[in-house]
Design a protein around this ligand. Structure first.
Ligand SMILES: O=C(CO)COP(=O)(O)O
Length: 251
């Protein structure tokens, strides 16, 4: 099996003013720079307002910066939106697309997510494409079908490990303190990898992250599961100690 380096990504969502965000990345980057041969890559995705100061503070270092969303178009009359080239211009190397909060709050369909992922690829960044079922869909036994459908609808042509990461985030596990069983996470990640066959080049080398209530107390067991190649962390990514502890759970 291809060796996949773990990725620990923090999605700050709509949190942090400048001082708080800069203090957080200052602490994380200090730890990352002094870590001896870390076995993980680390990425923070601040709100759009903080991408520039955070990217400036981290320039030339190991801690990477990403966006939480972008518009599918390169530029134009789209008040309030931010384009992929704009994020690239600030120093981003990745952009989260299709997060369930975007799908829910902004009605983003698979087609919209695919267009955004394409824009991220065109701007020479990595698209972190999010998928995940709702609680009702899981209860109805449709979780795998829903996620497979989202993958088929959201992954653009030309995707590979070089420009694409998949994040499996069950909607009902986000911010709730609840997580699927380890068996359920492993089964879903295996299904995702099978489904990637035909959608991406070399599916065995694409990283598949788990997201949804990842914390220091559950990270060791989740990160050890087959086909789990890292985490997309919300709440716990806002505390340097917790986010670092999650990263250190990678083996
Ligand atoms: O949505 C998430 C990351 O994108 C997960 O959020 P929590 O870690 O707060 O559950």
């Amino acid at each position: 099996m291809a060796a996949r380096r773990k990725l620990i990504a923090g999605n700050w969502k709509m949190n942090c003013l400048r001082a708080e965000g800069l203090a957080l990345v200052g602490e994380l980057s200090r730890r990352l720079e002094s870590a001896k041969d870390p076995v993980f890559d680390m990425l923070v995705c601040p709100p759009a307002t903080l991408v520039a100061p955070v990217a400036d503070a981290l320039k030339g270092g190991k801690l990477a910066v990403g966006g939480q969303d972008c518009h599918a178009k390169e530029k134009g009359a789209h008040t309030g939106d931010v384009s992929a080239p704009m994020l690239k211009d600030l120093g981003c190397t990745a952009v989260i697309v299709g997060h369930s909060e975007r799908r829910q709050d902004h009605g983003e369909t698979d087609a919209v997510v695919k267009a955004k992922a394409t824009a991220v690829h065109v701007a020479h960044m990595t698209a972190i494409i999010c998928v995940g079922e709702t609680e009702a869909e899981r209860d109805a036994g449709k979780a795998e079908d829903v996620v497979a459908g989202q993958l088929r609808g959201s992954i653009p042509q030309g995707s590979s490990a070089a420009n694409t990461v998949i994040a499996y985030e069950p909607v009902w596990a986000i911010g709730t303190g609840r997580t699927p069983t380890n068996d359920d996470i492993a089964a879903m990640h295996a299904m995702i990898r099978r489904t990637l066959d035909g959608l991406v080049a070399h599916p065995e080398s694409v990283r598949i992250l788990y997201g949804g209530s990842v914390k220091p107390s559950n990270a060791v067991e989740i990160m050890a599961l087959a086909d789990v190649d890292g985490a997309l962390v919300g709440g716990a990514s806002l505390k340097a100690d917790d986010f670092w502890a999650i990263a250190e759970s990678c083996r």
